[in-house]
Design a protein around this ligand. Structure first.
Ligand SMILES: NC(=O)c1ccc[n+]([C@@H]2O[C@H](COP(=O)([O-])OP(=O)(O)OC[C@H]3O[C@@H](n4cnc5c(N)ncnc54)[C@H](O)[C@@H]3O)[C@@H](O)[C@H]2O)c1
Length: 261
């Protein structure tokens, strides 16, 4: 296999949880471009169908499924429908999450309802679909790929009320390493990407403030925030044979931000 071919994912089937969102839809499209069939999962029928259309424009088949992936029965239904339709499951990308800037409280007052919401959105949203997907990968006997989305916030504190998000992304990075050790025996690799600000609707309002944006950009050695296209190459690496001997790793996609700390 040539080195370029090792980045292709022809014939593989990939669940993209949160595939109707900004980062998930970009990754689903990239997987389609590289030959995979994405199964795009989210709560909004309109968003998952729009993302599936975008993936289909690359020439691949794509399936849009509506589900709340934090609910076990719904995650299992998604996996069952995927295997029934395509006969296999090779990849899961966990792109549900966020809420970072929406619930900011001083650490000593952080309220339980906000804490639980952030954990549900960022940790259970990866835990539940991954458990269902990995059970199918183990049954399929072909190995697999799990790709999580952590954040630079997993390793960098910030004096701005982010306790729950920082803890939740820390949990995602820790689970990435833990799952890698448990599932290596099945040929399943587990890795994560850890972006800094990516220019998406979730952070657009924050970045509209020129002073806030300048503060962010000044801390990033490469001098800009990320775009979703900055994530797709690394995502493809982790979802393909190009990363066959890489597992339990968290790749910062942050323009050098963490290198400055
Ligand atoms: N945007 C950034 O700057 C940035 C930076 C670092 C990390 N991240 C992480 O990247 C991931 C994706 O972020 P994004 O900006 O694409 O967010 P997004 O809101 O655009 O996408 C998330 C998608 O998940 C869906 N979703 C939420 N809960 C769900 C559930 N229970 N079941 C099914 N679908 C559900 C949402 O409807 C949405 O379509 C998140 O984990 C986020 O924390 C984002």
């Amino acid at each position: 296999m040539s080195v370029l071919d090792s980045f292709r994912v022809d014939g593989r089937v990939a669940i993209v949880a949160g595939g109707g969102g900004a980062i998930g839809s970009a990754i689903a499209e990239a997987l389609g471009t590289a030959g995979a069939t994405p199964v795009i999962v989210g709560r909004s029928a309109e968003h998952v169908e729009a993302s599936a259309e975008r993936a289909r424009a690359t020439g691949t088949e794509a399936l849009a499924l509506t589900a709340d992936v934090t609910v076990e029965a719904e995650a299992e239904r998604v996996v069952a429908e995927t295997v029934a339709r395509f006969g296999r499951l090779d990849i899961i990308v966990n792109a549900v999450g966020g809420g970072a800037g929406k619930v900011l409280f001083d650490a000593e007052q952080y309220p339980r309802d906000a804490w639980d919401w952030i954990y549900e959105l960022n940790v259970r949203s990866a835990l539940v679909p991954t458990q269902a997907a990995v059970r199918a990968m183990i049954a399929g006997g072909r190995g697999g790929r799990v790709l999580n989305i952590s954040s630079v916030r997993a390793s960098l504190g910030i004096n701005a009320g982010y306790s729950a998000y920082v803890a939740a992304k820390g949990a995602i990075s820790s689970l990435t390493r833990q799952w890698a050790t448990e599932w290596a025996k099945h040929g399943i690799t587990v890795n994560a990407i850890a972006p800094t600000f990516v220019d998406t609707p979730q952070v657009a309002m924050l970045l509209e403030d020129p002073a806030f944006k300048a503060g962010v950009v000044n801390r990033i050695p490469l001098g800009r925030v990320g775009g979703t296209s900055d994530l797709t190459g690394p995502a493809l690496f982790f979802c393909s044979d190009a990363s066959s001997f890489v597992t339990g790793q968290i790749l910062g996609i942050d323009g050098g931000l963490t290198a400055t700390q």
